[in-house]
Design a binder for this molecule. Structure first.
Ligand code: ZN
Ligand code: ZN
Length: 272
């Protein structure tokens, strides 16, 4: 195994399964040198999938205990995957992933990362059924990511391509209109947040053949001077290493000769 880190993981405190210690033990068995916990952060507008404020305190304390217990055996990191609209308390964390799963549309908070039928309802209700209006809104809002907080990593940048390999793709992700919107957002975001994750959860879970973001966008991140890490959004310990090395191969084909890893001194590049 070449890539021995995973900083995007979910456990029983949010919408994943498995205790923190189960993740640690499984990570060591898999040979990972670094494991980051990244629960969906508390969000004031909806408890769906997320950790509570109360549990966030417990979560941080439990990670601190595990760091002591497993010191010298594996590097453990306290993180959160923060929905950009949620503005949680991020004190005492080693890193944050900034993601977008929700939009504020009028007075409503709407979670758009949904299965086809529900996404279609959202599209009809708020965007007159026009996917391009939705995509403009998504990338426009995502471009403002750094104005919503201090994030170290951009999470699943093109999450809106979720259905693109299904029987109801909604749009062609290779359409120039989509790539133009995405590329513009890359160039804006990279000025403040240099590291984008290449989320290979699709290979761990067998859901799609293409990571987030798609290779054309990974290439553009390279062109824009950005950097990438590989993660896989594991929601249970057994999935912790699924697809990581395949992710390394993909970023190589996109022009990267190094990948970011967490070291004792923060993020650093590793030659691949
Ligand atoms: Zn996410
Ligand atoms: Zn996640």
């Amino acid at each position: 195994m070449l890539y021995k880190q995973n900083l995007h993981t979910h456990n029983h405190y949010c919408d994943g399964s498995g205790t923190l210690e189960e993740f640690v033990l499984q990570a060591m068995e898999f040979g990972l040198d670094t494991l980051g916990f990244s629960c969906h952060s508390y969000q004031y507008f909806s408890p769906v999938h997320t950790i509570s404020e109360e549990d966030t305190v417990k979560y941080k304390a439990e990670i601190a205990e595990l760091k002591k217990k497993y010191e010298g055996k594996i590097r453990l990191l306290a993180g959160l995957e923060v929905d950009m609209l949620s503005r949680p308390d991020v004190s005492g964390l080693d890193y944050t992933i900034g993601s977008s799963h929700w939009m504020k549309l009028g007075d409503d908070f709407v979670e758009f990362d949904k299965k086809i039928e529900i996404f279609q309802e959202i599209l009809d209700k708020y965007f007159d059924g026009d996917i391009w209006k939705f995509l403009e809104k998504y990338y426009g809002e995502l471009s403002k990511l750094s104005s919503h907080g201090k994030f170290d990593i951009v999470g699943h940048f093109d999450l809106v391509t979720r259905h693109c390999e299904s029987e109801h793709p909604f749009f062609d992700r290779n359409d120039k209109r989509h790539l133009d919107l995405a590329f513009e957002a890359v160039h804006t975001i990279v000025k403040d947040i240099r590291i984008f994750e290449v989320n290979v959860g699709c290979f761990a879970y067998g859901t799609r053949n293409t990571p987030y973001p798609m290779p054309a966008i990974i290439k553009e991140i390279k062109n824009a001077g950005g950097a990438v890490i590989i993660t896989n959004d594991a929601h249970d310990p057994t999935k912790l290493i699924g697809g990581l090395d395949r992710g390394v191969e993909i970023i190589k084909t996109c022009g990267f000769d190094e990948v970011m890893i967490m070291t004792d001194h923060g993020f650093d590049g590793m030659k691949i």
